[in-house]
Design a protein around this ligand. Structure first.
Ligand code: HEC
Ligand code: HEC
Length: 269
């Protein structure tokens, strides 16, 4: 009996310790401001000045020499506002979010992929671009809260049809249009936070999309919203299962396969 209880106590201790360290790994850097060492920041600055400043500007203002000729302007890093995040609307992106952007770029814009950088180089760039906005060192901005995905559902004709209803109920069509082509009644004259004109995406044109090219990425896009743009956040606006149905419908628009063709409003009435 005594041996039994000692060993179960040991098991409990091991499980507790592993959960604790798992939690620590998952939350590392998102709980408090990350303090990068001077050598990392110096490395990040050298890379940034050489490669990124032509677009993003030497001081991170988004005013590099190439900026004037670009239709989608390079991000101004000083306000700490980012489109691509896993965090709730209005929050800073995680370090991981920023490294994904640098590695993968944003498709269909001048922000290309930087896949050849080593993980250390990406890390140094992430830490350096964070120095442009005081928000990243303000402990009031933390902990960062990431969106919850719930359980992904199977991609079926039924999920698409339900998602189509959510698309109309949530009034996505006001901006993105009834068939998702980016031509809804509110699409005209939208501007972003930096004062530049912006169009709702044509959700049927895969090659024009920036990030949202899988149901999970579509889910993330409308859950977090694209901060700095009129694209709102819908986190908590409907149950997770309805969010997945909507993601499936939007995915069906961009994949154009067989019965995943756009379902027009007339058909669902
Ligand atoms: C040729 C121009 C160009 C270069 C070079 C460039 N960028 Fe960008 N970058 C852009 C543009 C344009 C955007 C805006 C994309 C958008 O708003 O959809 C952007 C956006 C970003 C974003 C923000 C995405 C978001 O979530 O809002 C980050 C982070 C970023 N760039 C980092 C970098 C880093 C780091 C480098 C250098 C390794 C770099 N960029 C080099 C043009 C460039
Ligand atoms: C007030 C207008 C508005 C509404 C309402 C709106 N969007 Fe958007 N949406 C935008 C704009 C503007 C963009 C383009 C942002 C950009 O290019 O950076 C966008 C972009 C997107 C993208 C593409 C991002 C990418 O990877 O290129 C998806 C997916 C999307 N919206 C889905 C939705 C869904 C689903 C809804 C409804 C739940 C919705 N939107 C409601 C304005 C809107």
């Amino acid at each position: 009996m005594k041996i039994y209880s000692t060993s179960s106590m040991f098991v409990v201790a091991v499980i507790t310790a592993s959960l604790f360290s798992l939690g620590w790994i998952l939350l590392g850097g998102n709980d408090t401001p990350e303090k990068a060492d001077p050598a990392t920041l110096a490395k990040g600055k050298t890379l940034y000045d050489d490669i990124c400043a032509t677009c993003h500007g030497i001081n991170g203002n988004g005013d590099g020499v190439l900026a004037a000729n670009l239709q989608t302007k390079p991000r101004n890093f000083t306000s700490g506002t980012f489109k691509f995040r896993s965090t709730l609307s209005g929050q800073l992106p995680t370090d991981e979010d920023l490294s994904i952007t640098i590695k993968s770029g944003t498709h269909s814009t001048a922000m290309t992929t930087f896949e050849t950088f080593s993980p250390q180089q990406i890390w140094a760039l992430v830490q350096y671009i964070k120095t442009f906005s005081p928000r990243f060192s303000d402990s009031n901005e933390y902990p960062l809260k990431t969106i919850s995905y719930g359980n992904e559902i199977p991609f079926t004709r039924e999920s698409i049809a339900k998602g189509r209803k959510a698309y109309v109920e949530m009034q996505c069509n006001k901006c993105h249009g009834d068939a998702g082509e980016g031509d809804g009644p509110s699409a005209e004259s939208l501007v972003d936070n930096w004062g530049d004109p912006i169009q709702p995406s044509d959700l049927t044109n895969l090659s024009a999309l920036k990030f949202a090219t899988s149901p999970a990425e579509i889910f993330r896009t409308f859950a977090t919203g694209l901060d700095g743009t009129p694209m709102p956040s819908y986190s908590g606006a409907m149950p997770d299962s309805a969010m997945w149905e909507l993601a499936d419908y939007v995915y069906s628009l961009q994949t154009h396969q067989g019965y995943y063709e756009p379902i027009r409003v007339e058909e669902t009435k």
